[in-house]
Write a protein that binds this ligand. Structure first.
Ligand SMILES: Nc1nc2c(c(=O)[nH]1)N[C@H]1C(S)=C(S)[C@@H](COP(=O)(O)OP(=O)(O)OC[C@H]3O[C@@H](n4cnc5c(=O)[nH]c(N)nc54)[C@H](O)[C@@H]3O)O[C@H]1N2
Ligand SMILES: Nc1nc2c(c(=O)[nH]1)N[C@H]1C(S)=C(S)[C@@H](COP(=O)(O)OP(=O)(O)OC[C@H]3O[C@@H](n4cnc5c(=O)[nH]c(N)nc54)[C@H](O)[C@@H]3O)O[C@H]1N2
Ligand SMILES: [Mo]
Length: 763
């Protein structure tokens, strides 16, 4: 282990909380102002306006924020961007730089004491840096020496499985594919990715029930649905452009049911920043029925809704789609039997929903024939995360709402290319299909044993079984659960390598030696021999399209991700398999022509990817379930939450503020929730506060107790909020130290960071 005393935790320093009333609507003119102010302060006015106009346009680059799709044809002439997309861009295109002088001024120990906000504000990385075993500061290193060091270290391992290759979801298809080929040619399936902490539960549940681990709808379907349910998702902050789609749905007469422990502003009302009328008017009411569910009681609530539908159908026979159930599905009778054991009143009591609001939701669902369910982390990050999603699928299947226009599943993805990375091979295993294609195209035998995912790789590093950790993007120490345990795991390594655009905490919580390899951001020009190159990405709805950066890179020493990976591969494997690594790194058309040969659905990739792109095949969209048992979509029986709260215990969810992108902190406000200038806040029901004798802004500490181990996170201001009794919320990553490494969703191993049992101590 290193001798450096670095701090893996978020800073406990308080910054001066101010509170206002939570907002009643999202976006509007003020949102545009905030976006522009932010962009201009980071990038300067000229750079800001030039780049924002290029974002999400067909000839431009893909927004580095979330994975929400762009319209297929008509795009806004102003620009297809949102407030948080503008912030994501500003963060990447900032004029601040982290250079040699910066690294010689600050020791790693010192920087680890800074807040995440301050670390991020330091600016863009400009050249490769190396932290030697016995040093306290990073020093400049040449690209060549950096690659040599990685290759040499990997080649001295006793077994390829002692290396771990993590991917965050911002990397392009080209980079991700090459990385996957390299890891497998090197000999390991240890390819954890951010998906493991994110939509893994969705992927697993959807593959088992519908035969594809992705959503089934397109943007157009959302405009045409009769009812859209938004469950465990906060689009006003995390997918702002989704509100435009919901607005269109409402204007077409569709209805929205929201299920969330919090009444999020973006789900109340939306003032579209692209519409002049919305600047002055009241905008569009989004939610018709709001079900304020208790944390992790969604299965109970969905079961209650399904029981209600079944009961109504027993009278009229017209509520469920009997033909669809008969022809296209299997397992309906088992589901029906399973639901018989519950009483609706008990289910509603568990979920904290009263009869009259339940009836309102039922009244919208019963006559509807076209339903879409959208969800995100509020469903996936629980022990029964997979059950949550299967319950959604059950409801859709009984209504025949899959495989037709205006209906289906919509897991709303996080990182802008997390879905594409998976499609092209970032996964901790090699399927039979991938194995044989790799063999045919690259002539090597990929490993067949399952590799390590996020939770497993942390444990392996903790136990000293894995020794080299390479990270293609991301901020592992802050994103993973059980922060101190994860930190020890990383510090046990011989070498940690980060391919990054910006400085983050993981650069300080390192193995014995560490390398930072600076790379181009999405918005930057990628020139080779004077010629511009482009990459490609896949959005949340399965459309693959090109992305070409336009800004001048922040430094002439940056290297593109595909080139970095190609060089690492060459330094490690040389010409062992005759794979032309160097050529692949230079020529992305060549990478794409290999993707086309290895992965299904990419025929004519190089031609089709430009000018808007193409949709990948999607069996669920087509209503084709032939790959599943009996050739049918599967109903499931779903388990409800099993954790019960003891005396003095609360259920905590760790969520995002309006001013962050995962571990990147844009600012200290959470405007829609009325929280300003502070991230160390704990949202609590006023009755619970009263019971504990707590007043607004009082300071508390949080503790969790699992497996006989106490974990803690200190110094949070209590904020009275409209959250169910017994439930609490704080921000991620401040709360991550409370989530035990052993607390994750069954099967998907997604850390259960939305249902952590905690106690509250007065600080
Ligand atoms: N600006 C911005 N955009 C982002 C991100 C970002 O950090 N910032 N992150 C990106 C990524 S990687 C992802 S995965 C997505 C995340 O997008 P979201 O999933 O919207 O993000 P969270 O803040 O984690 O919010 C979860 C929502 O679920 C609710 N919730 C929590 N527990 C439960 C529950 O038990 N039941 C129900 N019904 N609801 C619950 C919370 O109240 C909250 O509204 O956003 C992506 N886009
Ligand atoms: N408690 C709790 N924990 C969570 C969550 C939660 O809701 N609660 N959410 C989970 C989810 S959904 C996710 S997806 C993970 C996120 O986990 P990660 O993806 O690992 O984390 P990020 O914060 O998105 O990574 C940010 C870093 O990525 C680098 N970066 C940015 N752009 C690029 C690029 O283009 N290329 C490269 N190479 N690097 C780049 C920058 O250096 C930046 O500091 O966190 C998970 N952790
Ligand atoms: Mo995510």
């Amino acid at each position: 282990m290193t001798k450096r005393k670095t701090n893996p935790l978020t800073s406990k320093k308080l910054t001066g909380l101010e509170l206002k009333e939570p907002s009643n609507y999202a976006a509007g003119a003020y949102g545009v102002k905030v976006a522009l102010d932010h962009a201009i302060s980071e990038m300067g006015a000229v750079r800001a306006f030039q780049t924002l106009a290029k974002m999400n346009q067909k000839s431009g680059f893909d927004c580095p924020g979330c994975a929400w799709p762009d319209p297929d044809d008509k795009r806004s002439v102003i620009a297809e961007y949102c407030e948080n997309g503008a912030k994501a861009l500003a963060e990447e295109a900032t004029l601040n730089r982290v250079d040699d002088a910066f690294f010689s001024k600050h020791t790693v120990e010192e920087m680890s004491q800074w807040s995440d906000y301050k670390i991020g504000k330091s600016g863009r990385l400009t050249r490769p840096m190396y932290l030697a075993a016995d040093k306290s500061r990073y020093e400049a290193i040449s690209w060549e020496s950096a690659f040599q060091k990685i290759g040499d270290t990997l080649n001295t391992l006793d077994h390829p499985d002692e290396a771990v290759f993590y991917t965050s979801g911002r990397s392009s298809n080209e980079a991700a594919f090459l990385y996957g080929v390299f890891a497998r040619a090197f000999g390991t399936n240890n390819m954890p990715d951010c998906s493991n902490m994110c939509h893994e539960s969705s992927g697993k549940a959807l593959s088992q029930t519908l035969g594809i681990g992705k959503g089934s709808v397109t943007l157009d379907d959302l405009h045409k649905a009769e009812v859209v349910m938004v469950i465990g998702q906060n689009p006003g902050t995390n997918h702002p452009r989704m509100l435009t789609a919901l607005q269109k749905l409402k204007e077409n007469g569709g209805k929205v049911i929201s299920i969330n422990p919090l009444e999020e502003a973006g789900l109340k009302r939306f003032k579209n920043p692209q519409r002049v009328g919305d600047y002055f008017g009241r905008g569009t009411a989004i939610t018709d029925v709001f079900l304020q569910v208790k944390i992790n009681e969604d299965v109970a609530l969905l079961n209650a809704l399904m029981k209600g539908l079944i009961a109504q159908d027993a009278e009229s026979g017209e509520i469920l789609d009997h033909d669809f159930i008969l022809d296209k599905t299997s397992g309906y009778d088992q589901l029906k039997d399973d639901l018989e054991q519950y009483e609706i009143s008990d289910l509603l009591e568990r979920s904290g929903i009263n009869q009259s609001i339940y009836q309102e939701a039922l009244a919208l669902l019963a006559p509807a024939k076209k339903i879409i369910i959208c969800w995100a982390m509020g469903l996936t990050q629980h022990q029964n995360g997979i059950d949550n999603i299967k319950a959604c699928v059950n409801l859709l299947l009984m209504k025949g709402s899959i495989g037709k226009e205006g209906a289906g599943t919509c897991p709303v993805r996080g990182h802008s290319n997390v879905q594409g990375d998976r499609t092209v091979g970032i996964i901790h295993g090699t399927s039979d299909k991938l194995y044989s294609s790799l063999k045919k195209v690259f002539h090597f035998d990929a490993p067949r044993e399952k590799g390590l995912d996020v939770v497993d790789c942390i444990q392996a590093m903790h136990e000293g079984k894995a020794k080299v950790f390479v990270s293609l993007g991301g901020n592992f120490v802050s994103a993973a659960s059980d922060t101190e345990y994860t930190a020890t795991a990383l510090q046990n390594c011989d070498l940690t390598v980060s391919v990054s655009t910006k400085l983050n905490r993981s650069h300080f919580i390192t193995g014995r030696e560490s390398l930072i390899l600076p790379t181009l951001g999405r918005s930057e020009q990628d020139l080779k021999n004077g010629k511009a190159r482009f990459v490609s990405v896949e959005n949340s709805m399965g459309k693959v399209h090109s992305s070409e950066g336009k800004l001048e890179p922040v430094s002439d020493q940056l290297m593109s991700e595909p080139e970095i990976i190609a060089n690492i591969a060459f330094a490690t494997l040389g010409d062992r398999y005759d794979i032309p690594w160097k050529d692949l790194g230079k020529d992305y058309d060549l990478i794409r022509s290999h993707i086309e040969k290895v992965i299904d659905g990419f025929k004519g990739y190089n031609d089709r990817v430009v000018d808007g792109g193409f949709y990948l095949p999607n069996n669920a969209r087509e209503g084709d379930f032939s790959s599943l048992p009996d050739g049918k979509a599967q109903f499931s029986t779903c388990r409800m939450a099993e954790q019960r709260l003891g005396e003095g215990e609360y259920m905590l969810m760790t969520i995002r503020s309006h001013d962050q992108f995962n571990t990147t902190i844009y600012g200290l406000d959470d405007r829609y929730r009325g929280v300003y200038n502070e991230r160390r806040v704990l949202f609590m029901n006023p009755d619970d506060m009263q019971q504990l004798g707590l007043k607004t802004k009082d300071l508390v500490n949080l503790t969790s107790h699992y497996d006989g181990i106490g974990r803690r996170a200190d110094q949070f201001h209590v904020v009275p909020y409209g959250i169910p009794k017994g439930n609490l919320a704080c921000y991620f990553p401040e709360g991550n130290s409370l989530v035990p490494i052993t607390h994750f969703a069954r099967e998907s191993q997604t850390p259960a960071s939305k249902s952590v049992v905690v106690k509250v101590e007065i600080s």
